[in-house]
Design a protein around this ligand. Structure first.
Ligand code: SF4
Length: 170
């Protein structure tokens, strides 16, 4: 088993798959050209897997930094908080073989430390966590993680690769 490449989860839109709310992807060349050669990448799109569809109304973290809801960006009557929470209550258990995870920054589902939260129509912070990313990190606190906006930082990328390799071998 250990002679295989580490299994590493990745926000699926970074792989060029058209899973975003607008039916587009967010292809990341470092993921596609470098990390795909050293890891076995496991695609995860929480919003599609939760059943929100493609395309879908864009949502944003709203109302509270500590315990935000997932509310429609353009239509505040849309509330998919419980749909995402239900998904997050079961999905992490399926990912117990992962040695790392690469998240899409700023996403209300996948952002690691970069997601905006809106309170009373204003951006209250831009350093919060997507609902799925937060749940996965709580479930596996020692899992090496990184988000796409950190991949071009060679130190952070090297640290992520080394940590993932170490976790894979232990
Ligand atoms: S950021 Fe996450 S939820 Fe949004 S499209 Fe990418 S994988 Fe799906």
């Amino acid at each position: 088993m250990k002679d295989q490449k580490p299994l590493v989860g990745v926000s699926q839109c970074l792989l060029g798959d058209a899973v975003r709310y607008d039916g587009q992807s967010k292809t990341n060349t470092i993921v596609m050209e470098k990390l795909s050669k050293i890891f076995n990448l496991v695609p995860v799109c929480p919003e599609v897997e939760a059943g929100l569809g493609i395309p879908r109304p864009p949502v944003q973290l709203t109302g509270s930094i500590e315990n935000p809801k997932l509310i429609g960006r353009d239509d505040p009557s849309i509330d998919v908080t419980s749909i995402m929470q239900n998904y997050c209550n079961t999905k992490p258990a399926e990912l117990n073989q992962l040695s790392g995870f690469i998240f899409k920054s700023r996403s209300p589902s996948c952002g690691l430390n970069s997601t905006p939260v809106y309170i009373d129509g204003h951006c209250a912070t831009e350093t919060s966590h997507g609902i799925f990313a937060k749940k996965l990190c709580e479930t596996y606190p020692n899992l090496p993680v990184i988000e796409d906006n950190e991949l071009e930082n060679e130190n952070l990328l090297d640290k992520f690769i080394r940590s993932t390799m170490t976790k894979h071998l232990n």
